[in-house]
Design a protein around this ligand. Structure first.
Ligand code: APR
Length: 261
């Protein structure tokens, strides 16, 4: 028999979230799992089906642009078919609660490239690994229109109509730098956070995985929400074992209802 969701997290986490003025959140693929977007390292995840070295780095792209463009077109199609889930919406609600407080400061840093946080209404958002719904030219940098990206159907790589450069998804591949300023904003928020939530990430990929540790080192109360224990759980204050789409709405409801005892 599963304990009620509200038993999965502590009263201390609720009280701290209800009183904090500076809150920061890191999310990973696990928060989109309940929307139907596969994660990377879980059983049946993307890296079990596909080899990252063949799909998620520049060398692989230049070796076989049709294969890589095709794979991202497939992932874009998956994302366009799904909706944000209650976990995404709960974080947008938490943002509204915190930013309504005097001096309230909130940042959601996501590793996800699916755009579901934005579709759920999150505004104080930084996409650390880009967004697969954007595509740009590798030669002139011009952002491509949707229809220009579809050329892969013909077996030819999609090219920029302006300069014929190869078109690539605006995501961060292994070995690449994160978008300008993204990590600075996230590190700033982690450094000043009173409460930091790490949601649905294995914390296996740096520099993003270091953010909860930065927050911890600067005195924040750090909790992770995950169906499993992540690689950094031993360094955190609380592990909330549950599905983000069930835990986060219940947590935000408790925070909204919280009153000074
Ligand atoms: N609710 C909460 N957590 C979940 C859920 C769920 N419903 N389903 C899965 N999880 C957890 C898993 O237990 C796992 O710890 O989400 C985590 C997903 O981990 P990964 O698949 O490793 O994804 P992520 O941490 O986002 O990967 C980081 O690696 O491949 C790169 O660039 C890619 O951004 C990605 C980065």
């Amino acid at each position: 028999m599963h304990p009620p969701v509200t038993d999965l997290f502590s009263d201390e986490l609720v009280a701290r979230l209800a009183q904090a003025r500076r809150v920061a959140v890191l999310t990973g693929a696990g928060i989109s799992a309940e929307s139907g977007v596969p994660t990377f390292r879980d059983p049946g995840g993307l890296w079990e089906q596909f080899r990252p070295e063949e799909l998620a780095n520049v060398e692989a792209f230049l070796r076989n642009p049709v294969l890589v463009q095709g794979w991202y077109a497939h992932r874009r199609a998956v994302v366009e078919r799904v909706q944000p889930n209650p976990g995404h919406h709960a974080l947008a609600d938490l943002e509204a609660l915190v930013t309504a407080r005097p001096g309230g400061d909130f940042l959601l840093a996501t590793q996800n490239v699916d755009g579901l946080h934005e579709r759920a209404g999150s505004q104080h958002l930084v996409e650390l690994h880009g967004n697969l719904r954007r595509t740009y030219c590798t030669r002139c940098g011009r952002e491509a229109e949707e229809h220009e990206v579809e050329a892969v159907a013909s077996g030819e790589p999609a090219r920029c109509p302006a300069c014929s450069g190869l078109l690539r998804p605006d995501v961060v591949w292994f070995g690449e730098m994160l978008p300008e300023g993204a990590m600075d904003r996230a590190t700033e928020a982690a450094t000043h956070a009173e409460v930091f939530l790490s949601v649905g990430t294995s914390a296996a990929v740096y520099p993003a995985a270091g953010l909860p540790l930065v927050a911890k080192a600067h005195g924040a109360y750090v909790a992770e929400v995950n169906v499993e224990r992540s690689e950094i759980v031993a360094h955190l204050d609380e592990h909330v074992r549950g599905r983000a789409g069930e835990v986060l709405p219940a947590l935000v409801e408790r925070v909204r209802a919280w009153r000074v005892p």
